[in-house]
Design a binder for this molecule. Structure first.
Ligand SMILES: O=C(O)CCC(=O)C(=O)O
Length: 291
């Protein structure tokens, strides 16, 4: 459970950090599960439905390596257990209420040599809903530091108008350089087993990994059951599947409408993931890795 002080911090800043949220043995199991996907990736020559390969400039040959595991909870019981980890659901309940649906999971890996940057964006820019009671838990499997490319956030930005995520009339999944003050950024450094939780409208990004170790972050997205997606690509593919996403509480056919700023994330190139979409940004926020 989060303390009232932590809940207040989330409401004001748009994020909260919980230290030592998982014991070492659980982190070891998560790492082992991730290693299994990395092993499969070594034999791949292209992306699959589950594994996205690292194609960054920093990758200089050798066996293929994972950049993202897509929906790992659908493919490995260690990750499915993590999604429903009761202390996590208690925290989520404290922030968005008792009726909770899972929204997505992913595991982002950044490798030594400068890979894996994520340009500044708000998740809301990708998937607006009828209300903004959505959040993401980020779970550190490795040290997530300034050097290894930890998450950076702009505190309070979740209460501000939504910045444009388009460029030249196209959705690029990131805000342009100069549209916010990077001096206001706070780095969320995490030790393995620490977590951060951020609001769907919080502006965030993360730089490339310049450390000597990989940096893996498991991200788990949750939504209030009465937050309904506005965009077709996030809408249910069928009713039973949609209702099976309820993790706690009750499903709802009511859509709760809240006065949130929405920009429709169109036009998009179909089936492009975050990294490809953001590559369309003409100028990177991370100067050492220009586009
Ligand atoms: O992996 C990271 O550091 C950032 C993750 C993120 O913001 C995302 O995948 O949307």
């Amino acid at each position: 459970m989060l303390t009232p002080g932590q809940i207040d911090a989330y409401r004001t800043d748009g994020y909260v950090v919980v230290r030592s949220a998982l014991p070492e043995r659980t982190v070891v199991r998560l790492r082992e599960a991730a290693d299994g996907f990395a092993e499969q990736a070594r034999r791949l020559t292209g992306d699959t439905d589950v594994i996205e390969l690292d194609d960054s400039d920093a990758f200089s040959g050798g066996p293929a390596r994972v950049r993202r595991i897509k929906s790992p909870h659908l493919h490995h019981e260690t990750f499915s257990a993590m999604l429903v980890h009761p202390p996590f659901l208690d925290m989520v309940e404290g922030l968005i209420g008792a009726d909770i649906r899972w929204h997505h999971t992913k595991l982002n890996a950044k490798h030594p040599g400068g890979s894996g940057q994520v340009e500044w964006h708000a998740d809301w820019g990708y998937y607006p809903h009828t209300n903004d009671d959505l959040l993401e838990i980020s779970i550190a499997l490795d040290p997530s530091t300034e050097a290894s490319g930890c998450l950076k956030v702009i505190p309070g930005s979740h209460l501000e108008p939504l910045l444009d995520h388009t460029e030249n009339g196209r959705f690029v999944g990131a805000v342009p350089v100069g549209s916010f003050d990077p001096a206001a950024a706070v780095s969320i450094e995490l030790e393995p087993g620490d977590i951060s939780i951020h609001h769907v409208r919080l502006l965030h990004g993360s730089g490339p990994n310049h450390s000597r170790r990989q940096r893996r972050l498991l991200l788990q997205g949750y939504a209030a059951a009465d937050a309904w997606p506005l965009m077709a690509q996030h809408q249910p593919s069928g009713w039973p599947e949609w209702d099976e996403r309820i993790l706690r509480g009750r499903p709802s056919v009511d859509a709760r409408l809240a006065p949130c700023p929405v920009k429709v994330p169109l036009p998009v190139v179909p089936a492009m993931g975050l990294y490809q979409v953001q590559r369309q940004l003409s100028r990177s926020h991370f100067a050492e890795a220009p586009h």
